[in-house]
Write a protein of this length. Structure first.
Length: 201
């Protein structure tokens, strides 16, 4: 409908959805500027970005590319495709090759645990992509659990989650894990939660 209105009436589209707004991608470039400023001109190894319409990813990539062109940085960071959010028309294990076909050298995802570690590792190896990051098991997602690291009394659950994630990380050759802290509840002692988080880490 938006395209029809544009074509028929000459209206200019300005929604946040990138494909309809050619200037939307320019805004996220400032994130790359801030990264380079905070790292004092050093390029990070990886940029890991949540992806919806991929405008955020495209804008950050464009910002780094601009810096590379004018000589502020001498290399580009690697960008990873989030397989939990991208290529959803493919089964999970087929998304690795889909990402490789789209030009990605690395991938990330939320949770690989619905598949045996060796199957996930094979999918990544066959596609020729590096697994850059994934999360520790979150607990029961359907009940609102989002990890255990800062949850007093859940240290055993955290240990189990960490051991499982480490097993997958070793199989996948992945040296980065996202440690999910969990959600603050109404009656939680924040000082105790912080102490638990620090202890677990």
């Amino acid at each position: 409908m938006l395209r029809m209105v544009i074509n028929n009436y000459g209206w200019y589209p300005c929604p946040s959805f990138g494909p309809f707004n050619p200037y939307q991608v320019e805004g996220p470039k400032t994130i790359s500027y801030e990264i380079i400023e905070q790292l004092k001109g050093k390029t990070p190894d990886w940029i890991l970005i949540p992806v919806g319409s991929a405008c955020l990813l495209s804008g950050i990539w464009k910002g780094f590319r601009d810096f590379l062109k004018i000589g502020i940085i001498d290399s580009m960071p690697k960008f990873a495709a989030n397989l939990s959010m991208m290529f959803q028309d493919f089964p999970f294990l087929d998304r690795f090759s889909a990402a490789a076909s789209a030009g990605f050298k690395g991938v990330e995802f939320l949770f690989p645990y619905d598949h045996p570690a060796e199957e996930v590792a094979k999918a990544a190896k066959d596609a020729g992509v590096e697994v850059a990051l994934f999360n520790l098991p979150p607990g029961d997602w359907t009940k609102g659990e989002r990890g255990f690291a800062a949850m007093p009394g859940r240290q055993n659950d955290f240990d189990e989650a960490l051991n499982k994630a480490m097993f997958y990380a070793e199989a996948l050759g992945c040296n980065r894990l996202h440690c999910m802290a969990g959600l603050v509840t109404e009656n939680m002692d924040l000082a105790e939660a912080r102490a638990t988080y620090i202890s677990n880490l």
